[in-house]
Design a protein around this ligand. Structure first.
Ligand code: SF4
Ligand code: SF4
Length: 230
């Protein structure tokens, strides 16, 4: 399977919380560098998205990764630039803990119609974001996955092992994940850059292979049997 869509661009790999069920709450888990995506990396990531838009294979674009995207000082501008690249009909989504989602931020992103998931890690701090996004028609949903659909990041954090399984969309649908550092990863759970395939600064192309890596062995998502591990 080749990567045919940039599913996620990690605008920031930093977070302003340290939830105990997350790699940000476990110092040894997140060994990738924590930073806001630089301007050159962002431009390069959009070139890859543009490539797959031209190929007709780009799907929705998620502007969040393993971190809190609203920490990036240029976040609203990045939503606008992503909209210009994906066009009016593809969804732009992101998840946030809501802490930095102010009325001013909502006004700034509203013209570009992202769909926003708010995670209720701290309900009292997320409440204003939820209400404001609802009023603006931007809310996609409210997540309580830490409690309702827990997982242990494929064994990377000490938390409840999931009781559910589903096919891994990363390996079955050709998804690529651009980390804040610029590495193109094959896995949204990759906090070590161990699944890195390519650097986003390379010219976009359609022959980048996605395939299982060692974390798949402990993952709650099912790997297609025909794809060999690298
Ligand atoms: S808010 Fe999200 S990214 Fe940040 S520590 Fe909590 S679960 Fe992790
Ligand atoms: S560890 Fe493997 S199976 Fe799990 S999400 Fe990542 S690529 Fe998919």
């Amino acid at each position: 399977m080749f990567i045919k869509t940039i599913q996620q661009i990690e605008i920031s790999s930093r977070c302003n919380l340290r939830c105990s069920y997350c790699v940000h709450g476990n110092d040894k888990a997140m060994t990738r560098v924590k930073l806001d995506m630089g301007e050159g990396t962002w431009r390069a990531a959009l070139r890859w998205v543009e490539h797959f838009v031209r190929q007709g294979t780009q799907g929705e674009l998620n502007l969040a990764g393993v971190g809190e995207s609203t920490l990036h000082p240029r976040f609203p501008g990045m939503i606008a630039e992503a909209r210009a690249v994906v066009g009016p009909y593809r969804d732009i989504i992101f998840a946030t803990n809501g802490i930095l989602v102010t009325p001013a931020l909502i006004e700034a992103i509203k013209p570009f119609q992202p769909k926003v998931w708010v995670s209720t890690h701290q309900p009292a701090r997320a409440a204003h974001a939820i209400q404001g996004l609802k009023d603006a028609g931007l809310i996609a949903g409210i997540s309580m996955d830490g409690a309702l659909n827990p997982n242990d990041w494929a064994g990377q954090v000490d938390w409840i092992k999931p009781s559910y399984r589903f096919p891994c969309p990363w390996l079955t649908s050709g998804h690529g994940f651009v980390a804040a550092s610029g590495a193109i990863l094959t896995c949204c759970l990759d906090v070590t850059a161990g699944s890195a395939l390519e650097d986003v600064s390379a010219l976009p192309r359609s022959d980048v292979k996605t395939q299982p890596w060692h974390l798949c062995k402990s993952c709650y998502q099912d790997v297609p049997v025909l794809i060999p591990e690298r």
